[in-house]
Design a protein. Structure first.
Length: 485
């Protein structure tokens, strides 16, 4: 039945009563309905012919009706209707079912059940708007309810009137609460009635009260001083309510009686200790990461040992041209004495040092190519030089010229192209103005990718095996020296 027909019936009922009777009519409470668009609506305030129609958004509004019974008494009714387009609108919910019962029941909303009972309709259910199978009663029983059973349950009534099938529905939200167990409050801490304290010093008193399981908000604890609240100068307290599923869920209260000069606030030392411990571990790892790796790596290498037939651990190349006498002596000292004494003599690494290990009579470039392929690492020893020094003291063509230049190009090619070979950059002394601009572009590219390790020749510990510089070099070198493989 459409809106026009409903209003016409109301007008006809009203015309049967005169004005005097209307003033004496009994006024019934207003009724409010939130309806889903397209579903059937039935309102039957008295036992006469029933009115039906499928509601649409334009049907929303307030409807008035008047009825006179056989005794001449009249009754006034008014109905307010709101129509919603989405079934997920929370205003369509008929309340929430919220408890901790093991078996939870979801009853069909009252007026939906009445329609089904009066018209011999059939019930069906949906959970989160998805159909549930084999559920055709007016009460939905959920056995052994858990958190996963929470959601919106919709009771759907399918009924027939005048050979027309109608559908009406109502939804409720189900919320599963945690099981609550109430106990008589029991003081766990303090266990004794007396606590000794030093005069003038802070004393923290801990109080733990056990009230039950999952009873947060229903258990309170406080300190009193000689029967009075501790809202007094020199005292402070803080309350920490602990929610736990275990058998003990004590609210903890901390009370700090202090001297008159100031108020001190107590805090949870346990949490601070954990935070400080984490920070300490992070600092230690950052400071001693290389030491830890060097200590553990030999053991791990024995467990996960891979076969590598390459002869050398590192191929060492350097520049001797275009250097002043002091820089040349420093570089020569490092290449011929300090580097071999630490890596070869103390740690048994096998190095091929360009210029030292060259075989006489063999083609120089072929030897460089062969030795690079037999090396696991490429070690470049760099000597920073300023552009002004190069311009004034040496011609530009002396930089890695001739055979030295070709050797460097071969080594750079393998460093840039070959993926299974590592690169170590070592810088002699401090960086001077101009930096490494005198070096070939390929070598400058490697320096931009990885900062060189700086060797300070003036340090008294420069040749010591525990010098930080040598630990960094060993960290980059192969885990197992070639002499031990």
């Amino acid at each position: 039945m459409d809106t026009l027909r409903l209003l016409l019936l109301i007008v006809m009922a009203t015309s049967a009563c005169d004005c005097a009777v209307m003033q004496m009519c009994e006024q019934h409470n207003s009724e409010f309905f939130n309806l889903l668009e397209g579903e059937a609506f039935l309102f039957q305030p008295w036992e006469i012919d029933m009115d039906h129609y499928e509601v649409q958004p334009e049907d929303a509004g307030v409807y008035f009706a008047q009825h006179s019974d056989e005794d001449g008494r009249c009754h006034n009714y008014n109905v307010s209707i709101k129509v919603f387009r989405s079934e997920r609108d929370t205003k369509l919910l008929y309340g929430k079912i919220k408890n901790s019962d093991s078996n939870m029941k979801v009853p069909c909303p009252g007026w939906i059940k009445s329609i089904c009972d009066d018209h011999n309709g059939t019930f069906s259910w949906m959970k989160d708007f998805k159909p549930l199978e084999d559920q055709n009663k007016n009460v939905l029983l959920i056995k052994n309810a858990r958190k996963k059973d929470e959601g919106v349950y919709t009771c759907v009534c399918t009924w027939m009137h005048n050979q027309t099938v109608y559908r009406s529905s109502g939804s409720r939200e189900l919320i599963k609460e945690e099981q609550r167990v109430h106990h008589e409050p029991k003081i766990l801490v303090p266990e004794t009635s007396e606590v000794l304290a030093d005069k003038g010093l802070e004393k923290k008193l801990n109080c733990s009260v056990f009230c039950g399981v999952n009873v947060l908000g229903q258990c309170n604890a406080r300190w009193e001083v000689t029967g009075r609240s501790i809202q007094t100068d020199g005292y402070s307290q803080s309350i920490d309510n602990v929610m736990d599923n275990s058998s003990k869920s004590p609210p903890r209260l901390y009370c700090s009686p202090d001297h008159r000069e100031g108020i001190y606030f107590s805090f949870d030392v346990e949490n601070v200790s954990i935070l400080l411990s984490c920070l300490l571990v992070a600092v230690l790892l950052k400071c001693f990461f290389i030491d830890i790796v060097l200590l553990v790596r030999p053991c791990l290498s024995q467990i996960n040992r891979k076969t590598d037939t390459r002869m050398y651990d590192a191929f060492v190349i350097y520049q001797m041209e275009c250097l002043d006498k002091k820089s040349e002596n420093t570089l020569h000292q490092f290449i011929t004495k300090i580097l071999p004494s630490v890596l070869e003599d103390k740690y048994r690494y096998r190095l091929f040092i360009h210029g030292r290990d060259d075989l006489p009579g063999q083609d120089h470039l072929e030897q460089v190519e062969s030795c690079v392929q037999q090396s696991k690492m490429l070690m470049f020893v760099l000597t920073p030089a300023s552009g002004s020094e190069l311009t004034e003291q040496h011609p530009a063509g002396c930089q890695y010229s001739g055979t030295e230049g070709f050797s460097l190009q071969i080594v750079l090619h393998h460093a840039l192209i070959q993926s299974d070979i590592g690169v170590i950059l070592i810088q002699i002394g401090d960086t001077v103005p101009g930096g490494f601009t005198h070096l070939p572009p390929g070598l400058q590219h490697l320096i931009m990718k990885s900062a060189p390790l700086r060797w300070r020749h003036e340090s008294r510990w420069a040749a010591a095996r525990n010098f930080r510089f040598w630990k960094k070099v060993r960290y980059l070198m192969p885990a197992v020296p070639a002499a031990k493989r």
